[in-house]
Design a protein around this ligand. Structure first.
Ligand code: KG4
Ligand code: ZN
Length: 355
């Protein structure tokens, strides 16, 4: 029996049993993260090693540095995740790894690491879509959540509105025409002279500002469900020019707050249209996912909107919003239960899409 045959056979057994403890690794960008997750819902351990310190000097993620740092950290982070779960490699039922989208070198490091471990330990391996991982973070924070629901996925590289029709079944309903929401936050933060990563910093600064102080234009996006942030950013970066060029002091906190509100209005406004159309009968709830779902204003605005519409709101806990291994372990469980396992030809897919 070759590796893939063995893997399929073991996956079939797990499917019948309906339970699986999965060791998952995430290395798509600048976090080396590993976790052990049980049955897609229970976190046994979740270890995140952030590379922020290494990239801060350059104002953004340097792909070569990221790959090298992942290579150095992978084994250690995986060992730590097993140790914190009080397990050995033999105790887990399957392994999982992010196969894309992301930085090719960073992804390859993780994929190769887990292929080696899976082969050596004779365990099935599941290749996971990183965006599906973000959506699945909600299953960890909300054990009662089941599809169908509407999900707003907002991260450094993605702004999508997706209908989660079932586990592993997604229908795209909206996306961005230009920047991703996280990218917009990062660029705006840079214009304000805030260090990388800009999203959380602009969010913190905005808490001290007046969101009505600056009037930013509303989105010029073409479609009902097409996001656009570049229009918001252009006047923002102009306004953000050094005070000496504009002849007056700059209220950075006010500008951060005004920008944050405009972005969040754009994000929730379009979700509202779909939720109003479908009502409570169509979706069991509205969920946020991805790094930007940690944004305080977005969480507040989504909560207000859902209360008004009478629709349950689901948001991952803050530490599960940004990249982590547990979300990959959760997504992998539902793939495994559909018998989806990877062979040793599994490769990094930097431009992988959710649908
Ligand atoms: O999901 P994530 O960790 O990585 C990707 O898959 O891209 O998202 C990272 C993005 C970055 O752009 C970061 O600035 C943004 O999420 N982010 C935030 C906040 N926390 C992280 N943006 C706004 N407010 C936050 N609190
Ligand atoms: Zn991510």
């Amino acid at each position: 029996m070759n590796y893939l045959e063995m893997s399929r056979w073991k996956a079939e057994e797990l499917k019948e049993r309906g339970t699986a403890r999965i060791l998952a690794l995430e290395t798509s960008c600048d976090e080396t993260a590993a976790a052990v997750v049980e049955n897609g819902r229970i976190i046994r351990s979740n270890v995140v090693f952030s590379q922020i310190d290494l990239h801060e000097l350059y104002g953004g993620v340097v792909p070569e540095i990221a790959s090298r740092a992942h290579m150095e950290a992978c084994d250690r982070v995986v060992d730590q995740a097993l140790k914190e779960a009080r397990m050995t490699l033999q105790d887990v039922d399957a392994l999982a790894v992010t196969k894309g989208p992301g930085l090719v070198g960073a992804l390859l490091t993780g994929v190769n690491c887990m292929k080696g471990l899976a082969f050596a330990a004779e365990k099935p391996l599941v290749g996971v879509n990183h965006i599906e991982g973000h959506v699945s973070a909600n299953y960890l924070s909300h054990p009662e959540l089941e599809p169908p629901f509407l999900c707003l996925v907002v991260s450094g590289g993605h702004s999508h509105l997706v209908e989660v029709a079932d586990y592993g079944e997604y229908h795209p309903l909206g996306q961005t025409a230009d920047d991703a929401a996280g990218e917009a936050f990062d660029k705006a933060a840079r214009a304000l002279g805030l260090p990388y990563p800009g999203g959380p910093r602009i969010d913190a600064l905005a808490e001290e500002g007046n969101p009505e102080a600056y009037v930013l234009p509303s989105s010029k996006s073409g479609g009902r469900c097409v996001y656009s942030f570049s229009g918001l950013k252009a006047p923002f970066t102009n306004t953000g020019h050094p005070p000496e060029e504009r002849g007056g002091p700059l209220a950075k906190a006010d500008l951060a707050a005004s920008f944050r509100r405009a972005v969040c209005r754009e994000l929730t406004g379009k979700a509202r249209l779909l939720l109003e159309e479908q009502g409570r009968d169509g979706y069991r709830g509205f969920a946020l996912a991805g790094g930007v779902s940690a944004n305080r204003e977005l969480r507040r605005m989504a909560a207000e909107m859902c209360e008004e519409l009478g629709i349950p709101l689901y948001m991952p806990e803050i530490h599960l919003c940004t990249d982590n291994g547990a979300m990959i372990g959760s997504a992998a469980y539902y793939r495994l239960m559909r018998g989806e396992v990877a062979g040793l030809e599994l490769n990094a897919q930097p431009a992988l899409r959710l649908v």
